[in-house]
Design a protein around this ligand. Structure first.
Ligand code: SF4
Ligand code: SF4
Length: 227
């Protein structure tokens, strides 16, 4: 039997990571071949591909290399409990093993992350899982934008644009730009919306939220955020 033949997805594990004695008897028990197979490391043979490089080189995704695929992140994940396709461990696995098609199929699902950071807190290897997932989402967004639901894309683009332009987020501006991107401007003029705007103008919140000003030294911070 070929070395390591019992390993699931054998093609992803390099030969030098497999320890296996062809003939081995211990305490009178024959544990030859696959019965004594051990892996030195669970790190897979890593294909060179763009998503992997992009995530590990990004500021927020750089801890991805520490992942040992234990699954603690998924076990505690808020969203995974509700949506079975949402699996942080698996997203990392796909990135590390070059599974582009699987990733693209779940492009919408990845954006369901609610940013609770439970995964990051659970991780025994210091992976900032929440931000690694964000980084994977960013890669999908830039590489295959059409694979995402238009509302998710508009939401992402709106937040990014508002933050990089103004340095702060203002709810009315976010809502206006989001609806504009989806060609749903008419929703800004419903009776409820007009009532809310009028109330905000009267009590001063309208102008305050629209003209909140940029943070100090914004140009320097902006450069950091833009990367
Ligand atoms: S931050 Fe996202 S991936 Fe992490 S536990 Fe929360 S919902 Fe799940
Ligand atoms: S908890 Fe950490 S090490 Fe375990 S699978 Fe998730 S990211 Fe990887």
């Amino acid at each position: 039997m070929a070395k390591g033949s019992g390993i699931i997805e054998r093609s992803l594990v390099s030969d030098d990571q497999i320890m296996e004695e062809e003939n081995l008897v211990m305490d009178g028990i024959d544990i030859s071949g696959r019965w004594n197979t051990m892996l030195k490391s669970r790190v897979h043979a890593q294909p060179k591909w763009e998503a992997w490089d992009t995530v590990r080189e990004s500021f927020i995704g750089s801890s991805i290399d520490n992942c040992i695929q234990c699954g603690m992140c998924t076990a505690g994940c808020t969203v995974a409990h509700e949506i079975s396709e949402f699996n942080p461990r698996q997203f990392i696995y796909w990135v590390r093993t070059g599974r582009r098609d699987e990733l693209i199929k779940q492009a919408d699902v990845i954006w369901r992350c609610v940013g609770c950071y439970i995964c990051t807190n659970h991780c025994p290897k210091g992976v900032n899982t929440a931000e690694v997932i964000e980084s994977i989402g960013q890669w999908l967004h830039h590489t295959v934008p059409d694979s995402m639901d238009p509302a998710y894309r508009a939401n992402h683009d709106t937040y990014r644009h508002q933050l990089l332009t103004y340095g702060r987020l203002s709810l009315p501006r976010l809502q206006a730009e989001f609806l504009n991107r989806l060609s749903r401007r008419q929703e800004l003029f419903t009776p409820e919306m007009r009532k809310t705007v009028w109330k905000m103008l009267r009590d001063g919140r309208g102008l305050r939220t629209l003209f909140i000003g940029r943070p100090r030294h914004w140009s320097r911070s902006r450069n950091v955020l833009a990367h």
